[in-house]
Ligand binder design. Structure first.
Ligand SMILES: Cc1ncc(COP(=O)(O)O)c(C=O)c1O
Length: 285
């Protein structure tokens, strides 16, 4: 078997051990004569998978009890629209930092329902560095501050989470989560489309400070409300069971490797190797 490295946009590589386990279990999961996709999501065997996945993610990231962990669908892009609907009132302003394509898309979805203040945006062709903090123009009393710690397309990375006091920070960690340890308490909401570091596309993992979920206007349909999903253990409707199962296998694999500090070390060494092979003009300054 020849596995290749995938440096393209879109879904990333998964650990071979995880793929092999999924392959081995495809026709006969846990000796049940079915695959994990073919059993009830409300039956005990799948509930165990779901609970273990959450427990492993909580352990990896040190997620405190006052945060809910959700396994939802629609990828990160659906959350671009749902975040303002859930965490702000129609008359409130929401703050966004733009450092590349993904935070820009998040702004455009939020604008469909809320007043958006772009705290800083260097503009197309200039997504190469983080705008100087002194130039940021946050709104006093903003409902929240949104940013993308790692802009997957433009490559701009913000390693220290911004602090706006009582204003909750929401982070699109689609290409950050599981790559290193994260201090969850610095965030109101962390969300990540699964396809970079967690598993199949379509799944989105959300870590939400529970008190923030009360902010959703009552008029919001339940299926759009994070609080309704949390109340039903991410099973308000049929969840993406296979994706959830794969995410669980990946979390267990990361734990077996030594956790997120080990992942961070491996990633740093990979980056060093990559940049040392590139012309100096392309490597980090
Ligand atoms: C940082 C970031 N945010 C959002 C997205 C969009 O995710 P999705 O395609 O799951 O909606 C991506 C896609 O890879 C991404 O890298």
């Amino acid at each position: 078997m020849k596995r290749i490295f995938n440096f393209s946009a879109g879904p990333a590589t998964l650990p071979v051990e995880v793929l092999r386990q999924a392959q081995e279990e495809m026709l006969d999961w846990q000796g049940r004569g079915v695959s994990v996709m073919e059993v009830s999501h409300r039956g005990k065997p799948f509930i165990k998978v779901a609970e273990q996945a959450e427990a492993d993610l909580r352990e990896l990231l040190g997620v405190p009890a006052e945060y809910a962990v959700l396994f939802l669908q629609g990828g990160a892009t659906l959350q671009f629209a749902l975040l303002p609907m859930n965490f702000s009132q129609p008359e409130q302003t929401v703050d966004y930092l733009v450092t590349g394509a993904w935070s820009k898309k998040a702004v455009s979805e939020a604008k469909a329902c809320r007043k958006v203040n772009v705290v800083a945006d260097p503009g197309e062709g200039h997504y190469t560095t983080v705008p100087d903090r002194a130039q940021w123009k946050p709104t006093s009393g903003a409902a929240y501050f949104h940013y993308c710690p790692n802009e997957t397309i433009h490559g701009v990375e913000i390693s220290t989470p911004p602090d706006f006091g009582d204003t909750p920070v929401i982070a699109d960690m689609s290409s950050t989560l599981l790559s290193r340890p994260v201090d969850v308490r610095k965030f109101g909401v962390i969300y990540a489309g699964a396809q970079k570091n967690i598993g199949p596309s379509g799944l989105v993992v959300m870590i939400i400070r529970r008190d923030l979920m009360d902010r959703a206007p009552a008029s919001l349909p339940n299926i759009f409300k994070y609080s309704a999903h949390a109340k039903e253990g991410s099973m308000l409707n049929t969840p993406a069971t296979f994706s959830w199962y794969i995410a669980g296998l990946v979390f267990a694999w990361v734990r077996k490797q030594g956790g997120l500090a080990r992942m961070a070390d491996v990633n740093r060494r990979k980056a060093e190797k990559l940049y040392s092979a590139w012309p100096p003009s392309i490597g980090p300054g």
